[in-house]
Design a protein around this ligand. Structure first.
Ligand SMILES: [Zn+2]
Length: 254
């Protein structure tokens, strides 16, 4: 089966549904008093082409699955109707922030930018969790705006945020599986999107991943999926493949 198509995605979810009983959104997960022995969290970063996110959100909804969609606050992704529709399908909407790279590393300005964007999102939906956008070609790591502990505590005290999904989750025992670079091997192309985990989970191909999911090889999983990388038409599949290959090639020189 061709990987990174909606058909393949549905096939992964079918097996996930039968193996994992705790499929949670990040806002639900971060509000738990104690962690279950097993869980499966699906995180989507909506970096571009938000219409793709709608298709994925509908597919998950049809299957009775809830996940979290993190939207960038950029004109081509911040689309009120799309955000509303995905939220109405039972999914969580989070803010995929990039304030530090947008303000060229100025922490004070980035905090202001964060506050303004959060306010825009909250005119549409409630926002409880956030995730940083990687911006591979910019020098700032967006998570650094929370490194000063006083800023990090503002997340809950001032902004009413339950957690930043990189900083506020302990990934030590979690398998972090992601499609960044359009492969299932994080050592190949992933510059910033990494977490500290002792669970090794790189796969040579989708079949290998599929069988690990089916056997419930990992009890705790964060499945990080970019909807725009997945397609159902052949032309689209090859256009996206070419783009991902080019970006992976360029990242080698960073
Ligand atoms: Zn991103």
């Amino acid at each position: 089966m061709k990987d990174f198509t909606f058909t393949a995605y549905r096939r992964y979810l079918e097996v996930v549904k039968s193996s994992y009983s705790n499929i949670l959104r990040f806002d639900e997960f971060l509000n738990l008093d104690s962690l279950p022995d097993s869980f499966f969290l699906i995180r989507h970063d909506v970096d571009r082409r938000p219409q793709k996110a709608v298709f994925m959100a509908r597919l998950e909804n049809e299957m009775g699955i809830k996940s979290s969609y993190y939207f960038r606050a950029k004109p081509n992704t911040f689309k009120k109707k799309i955000i509303e529709e995905i939220s109405n399908l039972g999914h969580e909407i989070g803010y995929h922030y990039e304030c530090l790279s947008d303000t060229n590393g100025d922490i004070t300005m980035s905090m202001k930018d964060f506050e303004n964007n959060l306010e825009q999102f909250r005119k549409i939906v409630s926002i409880k969790t956030i995730s940083m956008h990687g911006r591979p070609f910019k020098s700032s790591d967006n998570r650094d705006m929370w490194r000063p502990s006083e800023n990090h505590s503002l997340l809950s005290t001032k902004f009413g945020i339950s957690g930043e999904v990189y900083l506020d989750i302990d990934y030590t025992e979690i398998a972090y599986i992601n499609d960044t670079g359009r492969n299932w091997d994080s050592s190949l192309s992933n510059k910033r999107d990494k977490v500290i985990s002792s669970v090794k989970c790189d796969f040579r191909n989708g079949e290998e991943l599929y069988h690990h999911l089916k056997e419930k090889y990992y009890p705790k999983i964060v499945f990080q999926i970019h909807p725009e990388r997945w397609s159902d038409s052949i032309t689209e599949y090859y256009t996206q493949l070419l783009m991902d290959t080019t970006v992976n090639f360029l990242k080698r020189f960073l």
